[in-house]
Design a protein around this ligand. Sequence first.
Ligand code: SF4
Length: 236
Amino acid sequence: MKAGEVVGLFLESVWRELNGEERDGLHVTELVELEICERKFWFRRHLDEPPDVRSLLRMWKGRKLHETAISVDHEMEVEHEGVKGRIDEVFIRYDENYTARAWLVDKKFVGFLPASERDVKRYYSHYILQLELYAYMYTVDRRTPVEGCVLLFVNTEEEPYFHVHAWKPNLRKAEKTFRELRTRAEEIDRAEQPPPRNPDYMPSQYPCTYCDYTSRCYIHPEFNSVTRSTAAGNSG
Ligand code: SF4
């Protein structure tokens, strides 16, 4: 067999595995994406195409990590007001009054392991947002308050390999954010064109370096008329 044939078969299988998952409706991961870049959210919802090889491998690695269960309530589905989500792990603990409290755990493969709470907030605030939204949805969907959220970061390439970040979620704030993002998602979803590009973004910097739509976003004329006319109007 030729090298390209083997790699091609592997990538086809990976895509079949990842694409086999039902993705109807609106998902928490899309709300988080919307918070990072509204334009990316529009592309994701309107263009049905496989990601590039790098993104595909990253998604596959993440999927494999998620398949490794550490709790009984593994990959728990939640749904609230039309938004769906899947929480990696849920642990139930009982307080001194025998009242059930939930702890949510999300596992993340990362290329850069945070060394402190400050690093987590600076580089991975979107993961914090994701778990806060899950905490709100779980509390109302399962009628069990979420006491704590935990992010388990894993980097297979360098020591110390793990970083754990735990906190008490702000459920009131999470509810407000959930409603705002859901309303914005519905508005952007209905639009025929993607929102204009954030002028602070650059193709060689985050979040564009993690985006499957960079060429369409920056080059394709069909998706740049609004951006260009805005830029021309601003030039003076
Ligand atoms: S390339 Fe950058 S600005 Fe364009 S959709 Fe992707 S993340 Fe957003």
